[in-house]
Each structure stands twice: as structure tokens, then as C-alpha cells.
Design a protein around this ligand. Sequence first.
Ligand code: ADP
Ligand code: TRP
Length: 323
Amino acid sequence: MKRFLSGVQPSGLPHLGNYFGAIAMHLALAQEGEAYWFIADLHALTSLKDAARLREMTREIAVTYLALGLDPQRTVFWRQSDVPEVTEVAWLLSSVTGMGLLERGHSYKDKLAHGVTPNVGLFYYPVLMAADILCFDADEVPVGKDQIQHVEFAQDMGGAFDAAYCPTFKRPEWRMSPTPRVLGLDGQKMSKSYGNALWIFEEGKALNKALGKLPTDSRPPSEPKEPEGMLLFEWLKLLLAPAEYEQLCTRARAGGEQGPGYGELKQRLAAAMDERFGAAREERKRLLANPQHVDGVLADGARRASAVARAVRDRAYKACGLR
Ligand code: ADP
Ligand code: TRP
């Protein structure tokens, strides 16, 4: 049975891009093999400097996964900082990793290009991520496109350690999400940092207000339109059953009396958000009111994750002469 592992940074409220690009795939993979998901709170420290917000967002991520149906029996689900072995292994990996490798990191270079003043943690981040992966003998790491290089770095670092000492780490492969790029309200890639994201649990007036911002044009419903490339249709495609989506496209292309108006389409989208996320939204509220339960799930996950990470850490310590 394959072991899947991935981490999610608690850096903001989960949006449609996070859901379709990552969370939905994580939940589905738990049916296919052993699932190891963690909340990457140590990683979040490289950019987030607000203790209360880090605590709040860590809880949000935990509650989101549980509300969407994560089964804590089938899945090992924990908070990264509860398993400190990964930071120990990260140090071992850093000592077999050339500066040049990290300097080639797309994500790091991209942050610099956006004017971020880098701290050492940001530069070192791929080493910690490699340890996250290698400490659990993961077979596959489901990630978004932007993280593929980091998994390749983990392959390189594990390989370099093995070559320097003896076979120690399992080589992980990456797996890309089937929906790698969800567009945001402004037509760019949806991201917390671009202010164009829609929280998956948005509801009522706030949801309608957000959907109201989806760009449309002044063509009347009767004018035939090509749905391909229209943001409104892209979002409908994600949320509706294929048959219903095709029917809407056919109506849009034909136009005339049956041509759908933008108002109707936005209403359908709001209803589709309720259908997809409504039950989980309520479950999220129940879970937020029961923090002991959530803490218990994370503590149990940390216990199970530690058992695996400790064995790998011991293997690596022994390999390099620390024991
Ligand atoms: P953000 O860009 O909002 O900060 P993160 O970088 O924290 O998002 O991404 C968390 C996960 O969600 C990653 O696996 C990433 O690939 C995925 N993801 C983020 N935005 C999108 C998007 N617009 N489309 C598809 N997947 C996305
Ligand atoms: N770097 C990932 C992101 O920003 C999160 C992450 C940390 C991760 N450690 C990981 C993902 C290990 C996969 C495996 O999205």
C-alpha cells in the first residue's frame, strides 16, 4: 500500500484553489492508500509573525479537514511542530546540501522577485520540507505545481545523504493535483496573497457579495456566448455535475430565449457552493465549539506520526555516526 504525505501551511482561510488544488485530492487519496497530512506551522513562521493568527489558522486548517470528512482513524493528521524529529533530520540534510541547490529554488527566487526580504528560514525552507517528507518514508507527495521542485530537492537531498553514508531514505515521488490552477476573482491564479480568493465556507450575504464581484460584461442573455474562458463558467465547471454544466454551456452558446443571464448563473453558483460546502460549513462551526475534540485528534496524530519519524531519525543518526 502506498504512503501519501503532504503538508498545508496555516497561512490563511482555505479557498477554492486550496480545495480543488489540494484538499479534495488529499481526502480522495486517503481512500487509496495510507494518508499522512500535517499542518505545516513551522513553515508558516517564515512569513507569519502573528502568534494569535498562527494559532487561529492552525485550528482553521484542522477544523476544515475534519469538517470536510477527514477520517482520523484512516489518516494520520498532525501539527508539524508536535513532531520535532523533522527539525533534527533537516539539520542532517542541510549538511549534505549545497548552497547552489537552494539558490536555484523557484519559490525562493519568486519571493525575492516580489520584493520579500528573505530570512534564513525562507532560504532553508526546502530542507525542512525534504525532512518532512523523508522522515515518514513517503512514497508519493501530492502537491501543486509550485511545489514539485521542492519534492525533487527532497529526492536530491535523500540521495546525497545515502551516497555520503548508506541507504537510509526512501525516494519520494511527486503527484500533481488534477486541478492545478483555479482562477481567482480577478482572473489571475487564486491566492491568499492576491486578495482574489473565495473562502470555501463563505455564506449568505458575504458569499453573494463575493460572487457579485465576478467579472461579466454587458451582453444580454439572448446573445450567444462561448463559455470557454469565462471565469463564471470555470467556477461552475468545478462545482456542478458535468451534465448540468454541459446543459448550461449549450444554452449559453445558443443564446435566444433560453440564454442564461449572468444573474441566474451567479445564483446557481451560490447554490452550488451551498450544496458542496453547506454541510461541512455547519460541521466546522460545531468543531470550533469543541476544541478538545480537535486537540485530541491532533495529539493522537502526533503520537502516530512521531513513532514513524523517530525510527527514521534513529536510522539517519546511526548512518552518519551520531550513534
Ligand atoms: P496560496 O497561494 O493561497 O498562499 P498555498 O501556497 O498555501 O496557497 O497553497 C496551498 C495548496 O493549495 C498548495 O498545494 C497549492 O498548490 C494549492 N493551491 C493554491 N492556490 C491554488 C490555485 N489557485 N489553484 C489550484 N491549487 C492551488
Ligand atoms: N511547502 C508546502 C506549501 O507551501 C507545504 C509543505 C511543507 C509540504 N512541507 C511539506 C507539502 C511536505 C508537501 C510535503 O504548500
